[in-house]
Design a protein around this ligand. Structure first.
Ligand code: RM4
Ligand code: MN
Ligand code: MN
Length: 429
């Protein structure tokens, strides 16, 4: 479904006065506001191809209707999000859920929506029907070399799909591990995994004028293996990435930590070591809940962005391009597109707030051990309403002042159901 730009223009026109009055709060700080707006315009967050349908749990899946039936329809959905918010300018594909049949046509279609292809993701956590060997006992860690080879070959195939699409990163998330004490020789599992990752790393395309490929090693503390995960924490991921070489980085998925882990500190250290590669944004109350970013712990999201901005600036990094910004979510009860709009907005809010932190004053407070002042500086920004800045960035980039409201007003989901049917099921989570 293509969005008629006139709808956006009308929507913005109608809201213009109320938007201007909210924005006027920032009139005394025009310089800061302009800086933030520009940064927001440049900042794009990739949408995962596997989160465009209604997710489920192992108990059930309740389809919301109008789910994309093909990669083409998934790209259309992300195109729609991007048309509304001008901040979802990329899609991250999961192979084999989303193998392009006609690469040129897919690239052309994505390009027509202004979409790029972010990291491609391999899948060795499920068995495919045409796959000779099973991953029941792991993939890259497997005791049998033939299984490892099958998983290595799959990852290399994913890189090749990514190359064809113009992607520049491979994300490897392994469900490998063990469910019971004694099941796995931890040392050997680590070594086998490292050896397998080396083979995949060696298949990364060489740097060129247009591409500098990276490999992201994603970690997760638990699930589906409940006793040990072979890439279970940022320490193991960092170790793999360090041993692999300069193109390998750690990917932080917010939901993959043990409860109360200090993610902002993890991020700070990884950035300092030049080994933070990318993000999977989501939120959680209990585990890998894959809820809307910022829906449970918005302060944590802000604190993470505070470290990101601080660390990236310290290293002269480009906020928009030097890390992979991706959402990884699953929607059990919401309209996935509405949820993704909410996630993008929450990420933008946290980013905008982090940009507003007075870093000079914060450092002074720290040097003076003025704990109260340091906390005040952060909380003051966190409690300020930057939503008008986010809306203004969207407006200037050609998006809607209130994407969610417009999505609802246009009855987008109803149109999708009419177009695709009420009982469609997207591949993915
Ligand atoms: C995992 C992990 C990966 C994603 C899969 C679908 O929990 O977060 O990033 O590839 O889900
Ligand atoms: Mn993830
Ligand atoms: Mn996950």
């Amino acid at each position: 479904m293509l969005l008629n730009p006139q709808y956006i223009a009308d929507h913005n026109q109608l809201r213009s006065d109320s938007h201007r009055s909210k924005l006027s709060y920032w009139a005394n700080e025009v310089e800061k506001a302009e800086f933030v707006i520009q940064k927001l315009i440049d900042f794009q967050i990739a949408i995962p191809s596997w989160a465009l349908g209604t997710g489920g749990t192992r108990f059930g899946r309740f389809s919301g209707g109008g789910e994309p039936r093909s990669l083409e329809e998934k790209i259309d959905d992300v195109g729609l999000l991007h048309a509304l918010n001008r901040s979802s300018g990329a899609i991250s594909l999961h192979i084999p859920w989303d193998i392009p049949k006609d690469v040129a046509a897919i690239r052309q279609q994505a390009g027509s929506h202004g979409l790029a292809f972010d990291a491609v993701n391999s899948n060795t956590f499920q068995d495919q029907s045409d796959q000779p060997l099973s991953y029941k006992f792991g993939s890259l860690q497997h005791v049998d070399k033939a299984v490892r080879q099958q998983a290595i070959d799959h990852n290399i195939e994913v890189i090749r799909h990514g190359e064809a699409l113009g992607s520049q990163a491979l994300t490897v998330w392994l469900s490998d591990g063990s469910c019971f004490p004694g099941q796995l020789n931890f040392r050997k599992a680590f070594e086998r995994t490292l050896e397998s990752l080396h083979e995949i790393y060696a298949a990364l395309p060489p740097d060129s004028d247009t591409a500098r490929w990276k490999m992201f090693v994603e970690y997760k503390a638990f699930e589906p293996n409940f006793y040990s995960m072979t890439v279970g924490d940022w320490g193991s991921s960092f170790l793999y990435a360090s041993k692999l070489g300069p193109k390998a980085y750690t990917l932080v998925d917010l939901g993959h930590h043990l409860p109360n882990a200090n993610i902002e500190q993890i991020v700070a250290i990884l950035l300092q070591e030049g080994k933070l590669g990318g993000f999977h944004f989501n939120d959680s109350k209990y585990g890998d809940d894959d809820l809307t970013a910022g829906s449970i712990k918005p302060y944590q999201l802000f604190l993470i962005f505070n470290e990101l901005v601080d660390g990236m600036d310290a290293h002269g990094m480009n906020h928009a391009t030097d890390l992979g910004w991706m959402i990884d979510a699953s929607h059990n009860v919401k309209d996935p597109l509405e949820d993704l709009l909410q996630s993008v907005e929450a990420i933008q809010i946290a980013y905008a707030q982090a940009l507003l932190v007075d870093r000079v004053a914060l450092e002074e407070a720290r040097e003076a051990n003025d704990v109260v002042q340091a906390q005040e500086l952060l909380q003051d920004v966190f409690r300020s309403d930057v939503r008008p800045l986010v809306a203004e960035a969207r407006r200037r980039a050609g998006g809607a002042l209130d994407p969610l409201a417009l999505f609802r007003q246009l009855n987008v989901r109803d149109s999708l159901i009419r177009e695709r049917g009420a009982k469609t099921v997207a591949t993915g989570l």
